[in-house]
Design a protein around this ligand. Structure first.
Ligand SMILES: [Zn+2]
Length: 89
């Protein structure tokens, strides 16, 4: 249709700012699970994070991932997830 390219925006659950989706790390989660969704194919709700340590720390403190996916996540799963996210920064 039109020529205007719409850049999909998503909100980082650390800084709560909307950013182009492609710049963010997508985390997919649901009941009892959460993982980094590299290919954007995971089913379940998504949580997004900037590739920024401040946002990661903030999300951790504010429980941003749990809020975004609206589920509780076991601490060991979260710890593993955050360790993987930090490797991507
Ligand atoms: Zn952020």
């Amino acid at each position: 249709m039109g020529k205007a390219k719409e850049v999909p925006m998503r909100r980082c659950c650390g800084c709560m700012q909307s950013k182009p989706k492609a710049e963010l790390i997508r985390i997919c989660g649901g009941e009892g699970f959460a993982f980094i969704d590299m290919e954007d194919k995971g089913s379940g709700r998504g949580a997004y994070l900037c590739r920024d340590k401040k946002c990661v720390e903030s999300a951790r403190k504010k429980r941003g991932i749990q809020r975004s996916i609206r589920k509780e996540i076991r601490q060991d799963i979260l710890d593993k997830l955050f360790a993987e996210v930090e490797e991507m920064l």
